[in-house]
Design a binder for this molecule. Structure first.
Ligand SMILES: Cc1cc2nc3c(=O)[nH]c(=O)nc-3n(C[C@H](O)[C@H](O)[C@H](O)COP(=O)(O)OP(=O)(O)OC[C@H]3O[C@@H](n4cnc5c(N)ncnc54)[C@H](O)[C@@H]3O)c2cc1C
Length: 458
């Protein structure tokens, strides 16, 4: 640990806030989104700007402190905190600016998706991002970024134009298609490995302000029929349609009708990224099976992007895992139904999102992200509040992954990887990409300073 004197000297020149164990704000400063990630860092450096990031980096290296970099704090396994080390917290760096003429947003390293959505929608634009607005632009973009516009506009990282970084040796580097192109390639899919991103330039597209979106709810007994119809509909759907399937136990009241309230259900959800005039027609096949509840309506895109924020609020306990699939086998549909029926409590569910479209047209080698051939992104989620339920909920999550992994592709979405498991990381990229990334890691972070992530070993 650094001496008191060294710490005092560091605090003096740091513009943001340094929070230490015992300080009044420590409990708040050390918390991350997933309450099961309950680590106690030796200090949290809440950076006010790039100079602070630089200073924090140098201090951590000078005192051989383990480093955890925090953007939005949403890493499922809690990579953005650590025991005994230093959290370099970018959350005070949350500013987003939009240039409507160039259709480009510049987001600071700790910006949240909600800020990006708000600034872009103020001028009728959007960047494809994720489903929950308090997620960080940083971790989401550096790993992928799948969401409601993926089939129309690709991943968040497909829209990345440039990144500004503070590297492990304290250099400030800009990476884009012309400057450090190999680093720019690696940042798009394995980005947390190479430095601290202090700024992202992201391309924007006209979206909304209103889009047609909603859910269609079916009793679980119709799951195979609905899954088959969903697969057919998505095979023919234009890129404007990004849709998903969800399996969960319906809450016991409105808007869920008595026929399904409190019971396992299967839900089709969809967003249309294009004009309302064509949306009714394009979403028709996904709504044609006679659901017990159909909520489709023209909605504010901005509100839609924040509608799940409360459910996925900070401070709950979570166990989430993901897989990529090439298709939806009827047996997989049966397995998912059985898993949801056997869940140990409320808020255990499985979700699928359709891929393809613009996401699938990016060549596999164009970015470090792997899995462009996948047709579906699957997530198993267990969400709960009482620590006494940890064993049962985690066991369910593990059982769900074991049951569904046989249906998955060999590669995986790295943001879904839970633990520091080297074999899983290598498999997620495939051996050729992993080796290319390892060479990049040796060039930019040979000492593996940035290892609180889905780690590429130098
Ligand atoms: C509620 C919820 C909803 C989600 N929805 C989606 C979704 O719809 N689509 C999707 O694709 N993913 C989704 N995810 C997954 C999400 O993409 C990852 O968890 C992502 O890593 C979160 O980024 P963050 O900045 O919030 O997290 P953090 O925990 O802060 O960071 C995650 C990782 O990225 C690193 N990192 C973060 N910022 C920077 C930076 N500026 N520079 C360098 N490294 C950085 C951290 O060190 C850490 O390794 C969701 C996650 C949650 C919890």
């Amino acid at each position: 640990m650094p001496s008191r004197q060294a710490l005092a000297a560091f605090c003096e020149r740091f513009r943001g806030q340094v929070v230490l164990p015992g300080d009044p704000g420590y409990e708040r400063a050390r918390a991350v989104w997933n309450a099961t990630a309950d680590a106690r860092p030796a200090l949290v450096a809440r950076c006010a700007g790039v100079d602070d990031v630089d200073a924090a980096m140098r201090f951590a290296r000078g005192h051989e402190l383990l480093v955890a970099v925090r953007g939005g704090g949403h890493s499922y396994p809690g990579f953005s905190t650590c025991d005994g080390g230093m959290v370099i917290d970018l959350s005070p760096m949350g500013r987003v600016e939009v240039d409507p003429a160039r259709r480009v947003a510049t987001a600071a390293g700790g910006a949240l998706l909600g800020a990006l959505d708000r600034q872009a929608q103020a001028v009728g634009l959007a960047c494809p991002t994720g489903h929950v607005s308090h997620t960080g632009v940083g971790g989401l973009t550096l790993g992928g970024g799948v969401g409601r516009l993926s089939r129309r506009h690709g991943l968040t990282l497909d829209n990345l134009r440039a990144v500004e970084l503070v590297t492990a040796d304290g250099r400030r580097v800009r990476a884009d298609a012309d400057s450090e192109p190999e680093l720019f390639w690696g940042l798009r899919g394995a980005g947390a490995n190479f430095g601290i991103a202090t700024s992202f330039e992201l391309g924007l597209h006209p979206v909304g302000p209103a889009v047609l979106a909603g859910i269609a709810v079916y009793p679980i007994e119709r799951a195979r029929e609905v899954a088959a119809a969903f697969t057919d509909a998505m095979a023919a759907a234009p890129d404007d349609v990004t849709a998903g399937l969800g399996w969960f136990v319906a809450p016991p009241g409105p808007p869920f009708p008595a026929a399904v309230a409190g019971r396992p259900v299967m839900v089709v959800n969809a967003t249309h990224a294009g004009p309302l005039a064509t949306a009714e027609r394009d979403l028709g096949p996904l709504r044609a099976l006679g659901p017990v509840l159909d909520s489709f309506a023209a909605r504010s895109y901005l509100e839609l992007q924040a509608e799940s924020d409360r459910h996925y609020r900070w401070g709950r306990r979570n166990y989430w895992k993901g897989l990529l699939l090439e298709g939806l086998a009827p047996e997989a549909v049966d397995r998912i139904g059985e898993l949801v029926a056997a869940a140990p409590g409320r808020d255990c569910g499985v979700g699928l999102l359709s891929l393809g479209g613009a996401f699938g047209r990016v060549p596999e080698d164009a970015t470090a992200f792997s899995g462009r051939g996948a047709r579906l992104w699957l997530i198993t989620e267990a969400v709960w509040d009482d620590p006494a339920e940890d064993p049962a909920r985690i066991a369910w999550g593990r059982q769900a992954m074991a049951a569904l992994r046989p249906f998955a592709t060999t590669v995986n979405y790295v943001n879904d990887l839970g633990q520091l498991d080297q074999d899983a990381v290598r498999a997620a990229y495939g051996p050729a990409k992993y080796d290319r990334l390892a060479a990049l890691k040796r060039a930019w972070d040979p000492d593996n300073v940035f290892r609180r992530n889905q780690n590429i070993r130098p």
